[in-house]
Design a protein around this ligand. Structure first.
Ligand code: 5AD
Length: 356
């Protein structure tokens, strides 16, 4: 693609209600420096116009690494016997929430493996306590559960739900997730939306057998679902999984997916993911300059954070919470941005301009 073809395709995917898969595939194949710069700078402009310069910080507590699933890429898969499993009790979780009080962390993300022993009432009580203790939004990232659980947690005060679709190619999805169906995943996402959650999806870039067409489908799927948030990260092989020998996802391809998602979805929250920061020391800075606007800080207490090993080498996992917070601030400031003062709700729910 020459420069004018790239500009024309970028304009179309920005303006059209339903961008063409062909345009996205062509843009995903751009690899020369000038072409990449054009894509990243366009995404950066769209980000500034639609979500502004402030960066909402989400504090994530990984409260259990038990999992009943056997996702072929994930280190938490139930067949990984080498992993020491843990569950955090209520006190440890509330202490972690307390520790970031006044630090600009205005969303608490409660994440876990799909822990078969999860007690829905326990989680509902915890949500209520967090909402009473902190002036923060609560996001759940706990996998697939019956609709009545989602309803209970929503009534307890949970604001958002993160359920990554991982890949929008149904046969690849089903190869990677034994016994699961892509149609079920989308049904859960639609139910969560109907229950009034702000909903996040997202995909992994660089899965074995994945094509540019699949990645274009990921972007169009998230557009069609009109997600409030999209977490996009590279695949990182974990030694205790079936995909141990597969090469990691490419930094540049992941950045292209982030950038094109910004241009197509416009007012969505896009995190500069920890996975990007784990495959390159400046991965998150690059993402924030190519369309991303949100960052997550792991606030899981120190001995446990390292055991939440979805992939190896997770950045920051071995450090104390205040050091992880300092690292996040440094990233934000080095990109010429500031920490958002608000909760970082879905842009569609913000009446004011996000900068205010
Ligand atoms: N590489 C990259 N991302 C992974 N995840 C799990 N395992 C890996 C891996 N090996 C991501 C999935 C999951 C989230 C918690 O972490 O997208 O939804």
């Amino acid at each position: 693609m020459n420069t004018s073809d790239i500009v024309a395709a970028l304009t179309r995917i920005y303006e059209e209600e339903t961008p063409s898969q062909e345009d996205l595939i062509s843009l995903l194949s751009v690899s020369d420096d000038a072409g990449l710069r054009l894509i990243f700078e366009t995404a950066d402009r769209v980000r500034r116009r639609h979500v502004g310069n402030t960066v909402p910080v989400r504090g994530i507590i990984e409260f259990s690494n038990y999992c009943r699933n056997a996702c072929r890429y994930c280190g938490l898969n139930r067949d990984n016997r080498a992993l020491r499993r843990y569950r955090l009790d209520r006190e440890l979780i509330l202490d972690a929430v307390d520790a970031v009080e006044g630090e600009g962390v205005n969303t608490i993300v409660l994440q876990s493996g799909e822990d078969g022993a999860l007690d829905p009432s326990w989680l509902a009580r915890l949500i209520g306590e967090i909402k009473a203790q902190a002036d923060a939004a609560v996001t759940l990232s706990v996998g697939e559960w019956p609709g009545e659980y989602y309803r209970l947690w929503r009534e307890a005060g949970a604001d958002r739900f993160l359920l990554k679709h991982e890949t929008a190619n149904p046969s690849l999805y089903e190869e990677l997730h034994e016994g699961a169906a892509f149609g079920e995943r989308t049904a859960h996402l639609r139910l969560l939306k109907a229950l009034g959650y702000q909903v996040g999806a997202g995909n992994i870039v660089g899965l074995p057998g994945q094509t540019a067409k699949d990645l274009a489908a990921d972007i169009l799927f998230m557009k069609e679902l009109s997600v409030d948030m999209a977490g996009i990260g590279p695949f990182i092989p974990h030694p205790h999984t079936a995909l141990a020998g597969v090469p990691e996802g490419s930094l540049v391809m992941t950045l292209k997916v982030v950038a094109l998602t910004r241009i197509v979805l416009k007012d969505v929250h896009l995190p500069a993911t920890t996975a990007l920061g784990s495959i390159h020391p400046l991965g998150r800075e690059m993402a924030l300059s190519a369309g991303a606007n949100v960052i997550m800080v792991d606030i899981t207490p120190a001995p446990y954070a390292a055991l939440y090993e979805i992939y190896p080498g997770r950045r920051g996992a071995g450090e104390e919470i205040f050091r992880r917070l300092a690292a996040i601030r440094q990233i934000i400031h080095s990109c010429g941005r500031t920490i958002a003062s608000g909760r970082g709700d879905a842009i569609r729910l913000c009446k004011k301009h996000p900068e205010d």
